[in-house]
Design a protein around this ligand. Structure first.
Ligand SMILES: C[S@@+](CC[C@H](N)C(=O)[O-])C[C@H]1O[C@@H](n2cnc3c(N)ncnc32)[C@H](O)[C@@H]1O
Length: 242
């Protein structure tokens, strides 16, 4: 089982209303996009977390299920209105099985990168495909690797520098991996958190999808369907199961 990086301390601070990703304006287009793809079928969120997306999607009338590693995150989901109505299979979304079949599986907020090996990411695509009905869709939201911002010979890049949060990505280019180091001032004390990731390009994801008998049907730079270009820093990709 992979290491759980979303334990009690992180889960307690995860839902941050001041963070852009938790604003209604950021969540509404995600829900619109996913609800349209789910249609009359059920949706499965891999790494459902505290229900940031799952709960508003369920409120839209979609039957939502989840797979999740962290019991602390699921406890936050359960504490919210409607949180008890969402079935969650506890385990690794690369391998765990949720009951039922789905018209949509989705994995948002860079969470594919939490799988730190190529094997695990390939297994995740296979697992998503296993849950999908023929013609069902798999959606991933993830950043484009920011290697163009890393000068030759350098391994560290700051991604945030505020008086209360210093964040650095430490790259291991030979192994296509990075560690995000967060130094945060919380209640007057500096806390350090380091989380490992495997960054991955769109083309490699397309190959993983092909191995799972899925085909790319859409790729955008935003949930509002803005074009994906050579300058895009993230993408929303949609593959369809044969
Ligand atoms: C960045 S959070 C995203 C949560 C939620 N999807 C959202 O958009 O707010 C990543 C979530 O994925 C979960 N997670 C990470 N790796 C996992 C794995 N291998 N299997 C299941 N859950 C995992 C974490 O515990 C956490 O809840």
């Amino acid at each position: 089982m992979p290491e759980d990086h979303f334990g009690e301390e992180i889960a307690a601070r995860y839902d941050d209303p001041s963070d852009d990703m938790f604003q209604a304006a950021a969540i509404a287009p995600v829900v619109d996009f996913l609800a349209a793809l789910a249609g009359d079928g059920a949706a499965l969120e891999l790494g459902i977390g505290t229900g940031r997306i799952a709960l508003p999607l369920a409120q839209r009338g979609v039957e939502v299920h989840g797979i999740e590693l962290s019991s602390a995150m699921v406890a936050r989901l359960r504490a919210k209105p409607g949180g008890h109505d969402i079935p969650v299979a506890m385990g690794d979304f690369a391998t765990a099985r949720a009951e039922g079949t789905f018209s949509l599986a989705y994995l948002v907020f860079n969470t594919i990168n939490n799988l730190t090996t190529q094997d695990a990411q390939v297994a995740c695509f296979a697992n998503a495909a296993t849950h999908l009905e023929p013609g069902g869709h798999f959606v991933i939201e993830v950043g484009v690797p920011q290697l163009r911002r890393l000068p030759p010979g350098e391994t560290v890049r700051a991604f945030t520098l505020t008086p209360t949060h210093l964040g650095f990505d430490e790259f291991d280019v030979a192994n296509q991996s990075l560690v995000s180091h967060h130094h945060e001032l919380i209640d007057g004390a500096w806390r350090v958190l380091s989380i490992p990731f495997r960054y991955v390009w769109p083309s490699e994801l397309d190959l993983m999808a092909r191995m799972a008998r899925m085909t790319l049907v859409e790729r955008w730079s935003s949930w509002d369907r803005e074009p994906f270009t050579h300058e895009s820093t993230s993408h929303i990709s949609v593959w369809r199961k044969q």
